[in-house]
Structures are given as structure tokens and as C-alpha cells.
Design a binder for this molecule. Structure first.
Ligand code: NAP
Length: 441
């Protein structure tokens, strides 16, 4: 083999993902050099605690707690520490020193992406983050590169494995949310503090990243409407199932045109919420902790990307892909163009989006109730597609009540909210048990 260049790689973090990245860099060094055109030499690994036992046996002399010195002496930096600081400062320092950076840090990108992309542009280096959305699944580069000659109209993603596992458990066993969460924690799919997952925050960070790439406009976390899955009940799941639907937590980014956008032009609605999907929709077949992203583009049509959304080794695959690609560009000279922000489409508030809705109502079992409810829906321009009624008798009071399950045709969020408010005002309504959005119909 003729003399090849050596590129020094600094690794920040040696946890679930970092340890696997270090292993692959060492074990597959020959292959990586052949694919890159340069040797990728692991120059050092920054960690918090030098005495922590690692998942992988690695040379002790590689470890340091001095991350700053490590990044200043690297051609390529891989950030797998997580969190905002010191990750942000180290990434900026690395780029200002001329290193391209690979990261899996969705929380940082959703919060500070625009500043970091600008720093990368200024320093003429690359910032890559395939691992930040849906783990091993190649989705960033397909959207950014493969579909850059098309126009994406909508992205629907199951991008959080924990919530998909919980909803899937509820769907297959009839369990309540709390029991399904406990099972997810027992099996290691949910953390002891599951807030970021079950409240939708993790999915919202990924939605901001997907929307930014898909619509060539920078969207931040504050542009994402977010609703988690804690209020989804076993009876919602059962009713959805009976009507031929499954409930999934979706990250959605879609272009909204015309008057629906509220400004007569166009905008992008970016949101995360529990969503009813027809059982025959490709995303309905995504079970357990798996992830999938469904992309709709004007010319390509419908595309689906499916695979493992987390885990040390699968995520390391995405990190290594970015690293090889960044290294190739260093070898060829220059970072090339990464993302474009020429779209200028405004983010829209949730009120500007429109979908079908599923509404659960607990009502008094009296004559004329259905007609009064249907009248309110019609008054607000929300048309009912499916209405199902189940009668219950309270064993103690012997009072009968009815559970109504309504699925509407597509309606605006504002019209639906007004309808629900008006329905709540009826004396025959005991409670509105759920309001969920439906996609894919
Ligand atoms: P992790 O297991 O918690 O590992 C974090 C590593 O960073 C540890 O080795 C830790 O050192 C080191 N570290 C943390 N703070 C540090 C500091 N201030 N200075 C030096 N080192 C520090 O995390 P992970 O699961 O590998 O995730 C890493 C990143 O990848 C996160 O941004 C995460 O969101 C993203 N990601 C993870 C997955 C996944 O499946 N795990 C999937 C997609 C994306 P010590 O070991 O000494 O404490």
C-alpha cells in the first residue's frame, strides 16, 4: 500500500455509544483506511472518570480528562458526551481549530443547532449528526443529500423507541400506561426518570432537526408543538383498535399551504403528539423499541426508513458513517456544502394545522343526546366520519351512561378546539375523555 495520510481522531465520551465507536475504530482500522483514503488514528478519549470500567477493553493510555487539549490537536472530533456543556464549547473549539465534528447530541442540536452550523460554515468544516435522529437509521443524509433534488411535503417519524415500546405493549396486552412504563423500565427500554421520552421532549428535538433539513429552514425546539403519551389510556388504545387504528407517538413536519397557513402563503407545522394511524399504514407495523421515518416527497412519492433507533453498536454505525464521510472530504479538500437554509418557510403554530381527530366522550344516556352533539360539530364545520356508542350501567347507582367515540374528517385545530369547548358546555356531557389526532387516512 502506498503512503497514506493519517487523520487524528479525538473521541469525547466512552459510554454506550463512544465505547463501541472506539472498538470499531481500532478493530476495523484497515477497512476504514481503505474506504477513507486516510488512516483514522484514535488519538485519545476524553471521559469524566478515568477509573470507570468500560464496556470494551481499550488501551488505558488513550484516556484523558483533558478534553480541551484533545480537541485542539485533532483533525476530526467525535462528540458522544451528551448534554449541553461542555459539549457545545468543545465542539466550537474543535471547529475553530479546523476539525470537522461528528455528534449524536440531539438535545444540543435542537437547542443550539443554528449557532453550531454557522460556526461550521465560518470555519469551513463539517458538522455531521446522523446518529442524532433515529440511531442507526440513515435518515439525515437521505433527506439532506439524496432528496435534495426533490421537494419534501411531509415527514412522519416514530423517533423514540421508549414510547413506541410502551404504546406497543398497551396495544398488544391491553395494559395501562403506568404498567407498560414499568415493563419498559424493567427491560431497560426506559430510564428511571422517563420524562424526556414520555413527555415527547426527545422526539421534539428530533422533529426540529428533521423539519430543518426537510424544509431548508432552521427550526428550533421552541417551534415544535409537543404533547407526550402520559394521558393515553388503555381505553383509548382499545377504542382505536376497534375502529381499525393504532396509536403512535409521531414527530410530524409538514408543509401547510394557503389559508390554512393563516398567512395566505405557506408554512411548516412541526409537532409531536400521540396519533391514530390506520392499521394498514406502514408505520403501524413498527413494533417494540424500533424506529421508522416515513417521508413523502413530490417526485419520489412515499419512502420509509426503518431500523434500530438506539443502542451502542447500532448508533456507532451511524457515527462511523459520518466519520468516514467527513474524513473523505478532508482527504479531497474542503468540507463541501452540508445543509441549505434557503427555504424561508415560517414555522406555524399548532392552530394552523389540520388533521382528522378522535374524540372520546362520556355522556348521559338520554334521548336526543346524539343529535345535540352532532349539531355542535356541524355548527363548527367539523364533519363526523365515524361515531360509535357503548352503553355502561354503574353497578352501584344503577345509572346508565354512554361512551361515544367519534372520528372526524379533516378539520382545523382551531375548529376542533372550539367544537370540544362547545360540547363540554352541554349539560348531558359527563366528560371529554380524550382528544387525539389521526394521520394517514
Ligand atoms: P453515556 O453512556 O452517558 O456516555 C457519556 C460519556 O461521556 C461517558 O463516557 C462520560 O464519561 C462522558 N462524559 C460526560 N460528561 C463529560 C464531561 N463533562 N467531560 C468528559 N467526559 C464526559 O451516553 P451515550 O448513551 O453513549 O450517548 C452519547 C450521546 O449519543 C448523547 O448525546 C446521546 O443523546 C446520543 N445518542 C445515544 C444513543 C444511545 O442509544 N445511547 C442513540 C442516539 C444518540 P464517564 O464514563 O467517565 O462518566
Amino acid at each position: 500500500m502506498s503512503e497514506v495520510r493519517t487523520l487524528k481522531v479525538a473521541l469525547l465520551g466512552c459510554g454506550n455509544v463512544g465505547a463501541q465507536v472506539a472498538r470499531i475504530l481500532i478493530d476495523d482500522a484497515e477497512d476504514l483506511a481503505a474506504r477513507t483514503g486516510a488512516r483514522l488514528e484514535l488519538g485519545g478519549i476524553a471521559v469524566r472518570n478515568l477509573d470507570t470500567e468500560r464496556d470494551v477493553e481499550l488501551p488505558r493510555e488513550l484516556f484523558t480528562t483533558d478534553a480541551e487539549t484533545l480537541v485542539k490537536d485533532a483533525d476530526l472530533v467525535i462528540e458522544l458526551m451528551g448534554g449541553i456543556e461542555p459539549a457545545r464549547t468543545l465542539i466550537v473549539t474543535a471547529m475553530q481549530n479546523g476539525a470537522s465534528v461528528v455528534t449524536g447530541n440531539k438535545a444540543l442540536l435542537a437547542q443550539d443547532g443554528p449557532t453550531l452550523y454557522e460556526e461550521a460554515d465560518k470555519a469551513h468544516v463539517q458538522l455531521s449528526y446522523e446518529a442524532a435522529v433515529a440511531g442507526a437509521i440513515p435518515i439525515i443524509r437521505p433527506i439532506r443529500d439524496s432528496l435534495s433534488g426533490d421537494r419534501i411535503t411531509r415527514v412522519l417519524g416514530i423517533v423514540n423507541g421508549t414510547t413506541n415500546f410502551i404504546l406497543d405493549q398497551m396495544d398488544s396486552t391491553g395494559a395501562q400506561f403506568a404498567d407498560a412504563l414499568a415493563e419498559a423500565q424493567r427491560l431497560g427500554y426506559a430510564e428511571a426518570d422517563p420524562t424526556a421520552d414520555v413527555e415527547g421532549h426527545d422526539a421534539a428535538a428530533k422533529a426540529a432537526i428533521l423539519a430543518s433539513l426537510s424544509f431548508h429552514t432552521r427550526f428550533a425546539l421552541e417551534n415544535v408543538y409537543c404533547e407526550g403519551i402520559t394521558a393515553v389510556s388503555a381505553s383509548d388504545i382499545a377504542a382505536a383498535k376497534e375502529a381499525g387504528f393504532v396509536i403512535k407517538l409521531l414527530a410530524i413536519a409538514e408543509k401547510v399551504q394557503g389559508s390554512a397557513a393563516g398567512n395566505g402563503g405557506e408554512g411548516v407545522s412541526v409537532r409531536v403528539h400521540p396519533t391514530l394511524l390506520p392499521r394498514e399504514h406502514p408505520l403501524a407495523a413498527v413494533h417494540g423499541a424500533f424506529n421508522a421515518v416515513f417521508v413523502e416527497a413530490e417526485n419520489a412519492g412515499e419512502l420509509m426508513f426503518y431500523g434500530q433507533g438506539a443502542g451502542g453498536t447500532p448508533t456507532a454505525s451511524a457515527v462511523l458513517g459520518d466519520l468516514v464521510s467527513a474524513a473523505r472530504r478532508v482527504v479531497l479538500g474542503g468540507p463541501g456544502r452540508t445543509e441549505t437554509t434557503t427555504g424561508h418557510v415560517p414555522p406555524l403554530p399548532i392552530d394552523a394545522s389540520s388533521t382528522s381527530y378522535y374524540i372520546g366522550l362520556d355522556v348521559a344516556d338520554q334521548p336526543g343526546v346524539l343529535a345535540r352533539i352532532a349539531h355542535i360539530f356541524a355548527e363548527h364545520g367539523v364533519s363526523i366520519e365515524i361515531l360509535r356508542q357503548t352503553i355502561h350501567r354503574d353497578a352501584q347507582s344503577n345509572v346508565e351512561s354512554a361512551e361515544l367515540r367519534i372520528i372526524t374528517h379533516r378539520a382545523s385545530e382551531a375548529a376542533l378546539a372550539a367544537t370540544v369547548e362547545a360540547v363540554k358546555g352541554l349539560d348531558v356531557i359527563n366528560s371529554v375523555t380524550s382528544v387525539l389526532r389521526v394521520e394517514g387516512v
